[in-house]
Ligand binder design. Structure first.
Ligand code: SF4
Length: 429
């Protein structure tokens, strides 16, 4: 059977799609790059914002329009709105999040154990998701109740995967084949809570140390982790050369009063303290974040506190989300919802501030050498390749090379700053 896989939204959805891809291939099926070629399409949806809702619906409709006979929908949007998903003409079934881990065995009517047999060389998923980096899901769900967050409603309480399963997934991903992953990105809804619900509770630092000790992964990226519940040992992991000099710490607001209304378990002071501990171990680390523009009741004063805090922390970059009320969250019913136009103008201002601090971070590395994983490569002529890649400290670089170095890590000297990425020169090739 020919299978098309599509995913909207977060890295967790992406890591689930990678697992489905591997399971379909193990069962002898072929992955195809477009829904039009497929006998079965699986769409993993998202509901984090209203835009993600509408993107999810339109990707389902696109798959149906392309003529795929069998369209299966899963993920957060279809879990929260199963009636809407089922009623889209052409959807064959809707699989809720609680059952998504066994989606492939259920669809193929085979037992889950059949996938635990031999390792299979990693292959990239055809189509839009030609990723060199592998996202490995280590946990799902969250026990917090941030007042804006719909993810925790859609994905339920925190559930950690066992260290054994995670290590096996990583091992399978990094061994065999030219697509074997050189970089593993640990992924979860609330990564820092990993291990708390296991029969013998453990923490994320233990897991990271196990991965470093028991696998030969070339690069390990911590990705996004909430800025609390981090033990003192956590900060020292950035001294390990295989751990990427990058951490994404979602802040959401730089105002203490807004953070309280959001029910975040952090304050600007405790956030700054975490940043300073990480920078003590690794001064050149890239610290990135998420912010919400126009959370209910956000005053001009609170917004300017956020701007000041971004300046204080000096982020290497960040994502800004315009607040959108999600049904079922308590923030949706809070008074003083910020007018849409103001949310948008605050979003634009936050982006400007981030762009400036990102430029400052990038310029620090001019004339320095960094290790780059080449993620996309285009042949220009018979001996010239245009390549784009990512450094361990989250710098986007481009270069020209005499040979195709796709999915390889090479040292690169940074020569020039440009708005759309740094320009580098490969060393020693
Ligand atoms: S910690 Fe993250 S996932 Fe959990 S409720 Fe808050 S925003 Fe949502």
């Amino acid at each position: 059977m020919k299978v098309y896989l599509d995913s909207i939204g977060c890295r967790l959805n992406q890591s689930e799609i990678e697992t489905y891809a591997r399971q379909f291939r193990l069962a002898g099926h072929i992955l195809v790059p477009t829904a039009g070629e497929a006998d079965l399409a699986v769409i993993n949806t998202c509901t984090v914002t209203t835009a993600a809702d509408s993107d999810s619906r339109s990707r389902i409709r696109q798959a149906i329009r392309s003529g795929t006979g069998n369209v299966v929908v899963t993920g957060c949007w279809s879990t929260l709105y199963p009636d809407q998903a089922t009623q889209i003409p052409g959807v064959s079934s809707v699989i809720p999040n609680v059952e998504k881990n066994s989606l492939v065995p259920t669809l193929l009517d085979i037992s889950e154990e059949e996938f635990d047999l031999e390792p299979l060389a990693r292959e990239l998923i055809p189509g839009a998701r030609l990723r060199t980096r592998a996202f490995i899901k280590v946990q799902d769900g969250c026990d917090n109740r941030c007042t804006f967050c719909v993810t925790t409603i859609a994905r339920g309480s925190g559930k950690s995967r066992s260290a054994k399963d995670i290590l096996k997934d990583i091992q399978d991903t990094i061994t065999n084949g030219e697509s074997s992953a050189k970089e593993i990105v640990l992924t979860g809804v609330h990564l820092g809570s990993w291990g708390q619900d296991l029969p013998s509770p453990r923490n994320i630092t233990t897991l990271i140390n196990m991965i470093l000790k028991e696998t030969d992964v070339a690069r390990l990226r911590i990705s996004s982790i909430e800025p609390w519940n981090l033990d003192e040992q956590f900060f020292s992991i950035f001294a390990e050369p295989r751990v990427c000099r990058h951490i994404h710490l979602p802040l959401q607001s730089g105002s203490a009063t807004v953070l309280r209304r959001m029910a975040r378990k952090t304050t600007p002071e405790s956030y700054a303290e975490i940043v300073s501990k990480i920078r003590k171990t690794c001064p050149e680390i890239a610290i990135t974040t998420d912010l919400i523009a126009g959370f209910p009741g956000e005053t001009d004063q609170e917004f300017s506190e956020t701007i000041d805090f971004i300046h204080e922390i000096n982020f290497a970059g960040g994502h800004v989300f315009t607040y959108s009320a999600r049904p079922g969250t308590s923030a949706a019913n809070m008074p003083n919802q910020v007018p849409h136009q103001l949310r948008k103008s605050r979003n634009a201002e936050l982006r400007r501030v981030f762009a400036k601090s990102a430029e400052g971070y990038e310029r620090r590395f001019l004339n320095q050498t960094v290790e780059v994983l080449w993620e996309s490569v285009t042949e220009m002529d018979s001996n010239s390749w245009s390549m784009h890649g990512l450094s361990d400290n989250y710098l986007r670089l481009k270069t020209r090379a005499a040979k195709n170095l796709w999915n390889q890590i090479t040292p690169v000297k940074i020569k020039k700053f440009m708005q759309k990425g740094l320009v580098g020169e490969i060393q020693g090739f």
